[in-house]
Design a protein around this ligand. Structure first.
Ligand SMILES: C[S@@+](CC[C@H](N)C(=O)[O-])C[C@H]1O[C@@H](n2cnc3c(N)ncnc32)[C@H](O)[C@@H]1O
Length: 273
């Protein structure tokens, strides 16, 4: 008998997130450069995609495990690590809300940049990240902020407005961008608020094409937007969604010739255990 479909996994395997991730490499690398990663540091990257942050961490000498729910992205990450000759970086399939294959206290640093925020069961995510982090270790999350006017928060907001209502009990990933929710979730994992700090940070999407191509790439390759377009097409609202998508671009995206650079604000959460 076939195993029942996991909608969270299906959502991310549906598209090809590597096509978006290509525009995120510079910011991923810059963020990792700021984390004080030294040789041999044990790093877990949760919801790692194809390694936008895992690969730069390995280049700095860390021992990196990337875990992601999407098998296509795990394969892409392993391919990239192999091509770069990074024997200290491997990727495997797993769920940020249930890391049963990962031993406790195994990592010095757990990073999750726009990754674990997409796992259902946020309280389980907090418990699991704390369980696998060693004493004196750190957890760093990058989370999109609900209603933020910049790129991805707006794309996710518009997408959800055109997607059928989620099942009862569904918790929006965007709630990870609200500080009080983060504090409550980690309190449930035994972490006091004093150990958690927050900062606004910026991730810049660099695309080697005009701004409209970026919105098109989200339509073609980004699971949440693909689902929104499918639902909108069924209801004859695809044109409305396409027009709504165009409003997402900042009035004056920085672009020279055919390249586009769009900054997006996120909440950086640091937990020092
Ligand atoms: C927006 S992408 C970000 C990927 C990567 N961190 C980056 O910055 O390029 C979200 C990632 O989270 C992964 N993901 C979603 N739900 C997950 C879960 N429950 N457990 C592990 N990974 C998950 C997706 O497969 C996808 O790779």
């Amino acid at each position: 008998m076939n195993a029942p479909m996991n909608p969270n996994k299906a959502l991310w395997e549906k598209g090809d997130f590597t096509r978006i991730a290509e525009s995120m490499r510079e910011s991923g690398e810059a963020l990792i450069q700021r984390l004080g990663i030294s040789n041999g540091l044990k790093v877990l990257d949760l919801g790692c995609g194809d390694g936008t942050t895992a690969i730069p961490a390995a280049k700095l000498g860390a021992e990196v495990l990337g875990v992601d729910i999407a098998s296509n992205l795990v394969a892409a990450g392993n391919r990239r690590a192999k091509e770069l000759g990074l024997a200290n970086c491997r990727f495997q399939e797993g769920d940020a809300a249930n890391l049963h294959q990962v031993p406790e206290r195994a990592f010095d640093l757990v990073v999750s940049i726009f990754g674990a925020m997409f796992a259902p069961k946020p309280f389980e995510v907090a418990k699991e990240t704390v369980r696998v982090t060693g004493p004196g270790g750190r957890i760093i999350m990058g989370n999109w902020i609900p209603n933020d006017p910049t790129l991805v928060a707006q794309i996710l907001k518009i997408s959800s407005a055109y997607t059928p209502p989620p099942p009862e009990g569904f918790v929006s990933p965007m709630t990870w961008g609200i500080e009080s929710n983060v504090i409550e979730r980690f309190a449930g994992a035994g972490v006091p608020a004093e150990k958690i700090s927050f900062a606004r940070d910026t991730f810049t999407f660099n695309f080697p094409s005009p701004p409209a191509a970026l919105v098109d790439a989200f339509r073609k390759y980004y699971g949440p937007t693909m689902n929104a377009f499918e639902a909108a097409e069924k209801n004859g609202r695809a044109g409305d969604l396409q027009r709504a998508g165009r409003t997402v671009q900042p009035p004056k995206p920085e672009h020279a010739q055919d390249a586009t650079s769009i900054p997006a604000t996120f909440l950086r959460v640091t937990i020092a255990l």
